[in-house]
Design a protein around this ligand. Structure first.
Ligand SMILES: Cc1cc2nc3c(=O)[nH]c(=O)nc-3n(C[C@H](O)[C@H](O)[C@H](O)COP(=O)(O)OP(=O)(O)OC[C@H]3O[C@@H](n4cnc5c(N)ncnc54)[C@H](O)[C@@H]3O)c2cc1C
Ligand code: FES
Length: 276
């Protein structure tokens, strides 16, 4: 069992938990993820390793409450235990040997982007960050990004914090001003698709972190398959990072919607259970 050491709400729908998981903490690297089950009848869901402390033997996760399992997870409190917490899974993000990188995060994607920005900074790269949210109340991790970024650009859809506009507006300005080895984009599929269309114009290599439906997380079930450069790849073992200019985003968006009706039904059932 994996004990919840600390729990904190970062905004109305995003929470952070520090979990006691010494074996995962010992090997974790930026860009990797875990798969957890809340209880022994729960479904398996993947979440990125947002941070880790090898000495304390803890791993931090940051999750957005979007459906039945993340709702159940958020009902747990400090001192409660998770049934399973498997990892680290996936390939770490490559951070060595880069001079300047632009990191683009959208919504809860910022939780996945932060460990990458920190690792790039620790490896000596200049990091510029663009973080995008719908509105002020949803902004997360601003101070943490500022601590590792030469430039931090905050964008909101409604202009209630930072500048009004899309992450691609700020990224275009940065691409005009600076020369980048790479752009790393993490967020909704549509955001990553449009970041890639923009960086293609500037000829800048772009890495995206893909988040398809995952079940086993070890390359066995095929649930997380994607088409990258015309080949089938499994995000759990070949990724989750891929060359964004080669990813078939339209297919990934379509596959991501497959279970929508079922997910909605589970979520409504759980809400009913909670009310009763
Ligand atoms: C490698 C990876 C890393 C991720 N890291 C984070 C993170 O750090 N923070 C975070 O908030 N979210 C992260 N996600 C997404 C997270 O796994 C889903 O939000 C979660 O599974 C939703 O489950 P649910 O039952 O609460 O919602 P549901 O109502 O079941 O689903 C809501 C949406 O979540 C996605 N989803 C559902 N089940 C899965 C699954 N088994 N695998 C992948 N996606 C699923 C689908 O897009 C679905 O439409 C990550 C996904 C992947 C693949
Ligand atoms: S999650 Fe099953 S192959 Fe990737």
């Amino acid at each position: 069992m994996y004990r919840i050491i600390k729990k904190e709400a970062l905004n109305p729908t995003v929470s952070k938990m520090v979990i006691e998981a010494p074996l995962v903490a010992r090997k974790a690297q930026a860009g990797q993820f875990i798969i957890l089950r809340v209880d022994d009848r729960g479904e398996r869901i993947p979440l990125t390793i947002a941070d880790y402390d090898r000495e304390a033997g803890t791993v931090t996760i940051i999750y957005q409450i979007v459906g039945a399992t993340t709702m159940r997870l958020d009902q747990l409190q400090e001192g409660d235990q998770l049934a399973d917490f498997v990892g680290p899974l996936g390939r770490p993000t490559e951070v060595e040997g880069k001079k300047r990188v632009a990191v683009v995060g959208g919504g809860v994607g910022c939780a996945i982007a932060l460990p990458v920005a920190k690792a790039l900074h620790a490896a000596g790269a200049i990091v510029d960050t663009v973080a995008g949210f719908r509105s002020r109340d949803l902004v997360i991790l601003e101070q943490e990004f500022r601590a590792v970024s030469a430039e931090y650009r905050l964008m909101t859809d409604d202009g209630s914090a930072g500048e009004k506009g899309l992450v691609t507006d700020a990224l275009r300005t940065l691409l005009e001003q600076n020369s980048y080895d790479e752009v790393i984009a993490i967020g909704p599929l549509v955001m990553m698709k449009f970041v890639c269309l923009l960086t293609k114009e500037y000829g800048v290599k772009t890495i995206v972190s893909m988040n398809p439906i995952m079940i086993d997380g070890t390359g066995m079930c095929g649930g997380c398959r994607l088409t990258v450069g015309g080949e089938t790849k499994f995000a759990c073992v070949d990724g989750p990072d891929f060359d964004g200019h080669l990813v078939d985003f339209d297919q990934a968006i379509e596959r991501g919607r497959i279970y929508h009706a079922y997910e909605q039904e589970r979520c409504n059932l759980l809400k009913k259970e909670v009310r009763e």
